[in-house]
Design a protein around this ligand. Structure first.
Ligand SMILES: O=c1ccn([C@@H]2O[C@H](COP(=O)(O)O)[C@@H](O)[C@H]2O)c(=O)[nH]1
Length: 245
């Protein structure tokens, strides 16, 4: 069981969606024995500033920098260069930015990492946000195919652009695997244990079910960080994961 708990820990990424560096570091202190990686998103990065990534790296943790870059290729490449210099382990862009933008990001990251003499962070692409349901996808965003088809197409585009993987709902893991193969990284937010509330997430799955589908990593935010005892919530999740490993 101990080995399974270790493996489960490696699968878990906790979203540090808080306003200050101090709050983020406090969560890291409480959770670092149970969590393999921490995610810095827009909420923390825009308020605490880029230095938070360096502080987390100094604290010895792995960092997924989830800023979802989406702009013209040159702008995204220059931004990706900056994020690489901060020392993130994974960065991301939006697949909707297209292949030229994704290729530019991947190339800039490789060049910058080589110039700094460091391993390059993995670069992945966000497909369809897990907060989008089929109605919004069709009637607000105007897509005529279903979400699964679009996610599979964008995942393939991402792979062809030379990126390492995608962010998607666990509900799309099977179609992504069929399109992109077993060695393609799939990071899944939209994780909701049976005892938690969905909130704004629409395409959700429990931790055990997502792992059963073959998720590379599971991103969990509020079901852990929104609890009075985040460490106890994280422990419940890794125990649930260990049971299916
Ligand atoms: O499609 C996506 C892409 C990114 N996210 C991010 O993951 C976490 C999820 O947090 P919860 O509190 O567990 O809902 C959050 O930081 C999002 O920005 C996503 O949810 N869906």
């Amino acid at each position: 069981m101990e080995n399974k708990l270790k493996l489960a820990k490696e699968k878990l990424i906790v979203a540090l969606d808080v306003d200050t560096g101090e709050a983020a570091l406090d969560l890291v202190k409480k959770l670092s024995t149970q969590v393999g990686m921490f995610k810095v998103g827009m909420q923390l990065f825009y308020q605490a500033g880029p230095d938070i990534v360096k502080r987390l790296k100094e604290a010895g943790v792995r960092v997924f920098l989830d800023l979802k870059l989406h702009d013209i290729p040159n702008t995204v490449a220059q931004a990706a260069r900056g994020l690489t210099a901060l020392g993130a382990d994974i960065i991301n862009v939006h697949a909707a930015g297209g292949t030229a933008m994704m290729r530019a990001a991947a190339e800039a990251v490789r060049e910058q990492a080589a110039a700094l003499g460091r391993p390059a962070p993995r670069v992945i692409a966000v497909t369809v946000l897990t907060s989008i349901d089929p109605t919004a996808f069709q009637y607000e965003l105007g897509f005529t195919c279903d979400i699964q088809r679009k996610v599979a197409d964008w995942a393939l585009l991402t792979r062809q652009a030379g990126l390492d993987g995608v962010v998607a709902s666990p509900r799309e893991i099977a179609v992504i695997r069929r399109a992109c193969g077993e060695d393609f990284l799939i990071i899944t937010p939209g994780i909701r244990p049976a005892w938690s509330v969905a909130g704004d997430q629409k395409r959700i799955m429990t931790p055990a079910a997502a792992l059963g589908q073959g998720a590379g990593y599971l991103v969990v935010g509020r079901p852990i960080t929104g609890q009075a005892d985040p460490a106890a919530a994280a422990q419940k999740i890794i125990t649930e994961l260990a049971e299916v490993l």
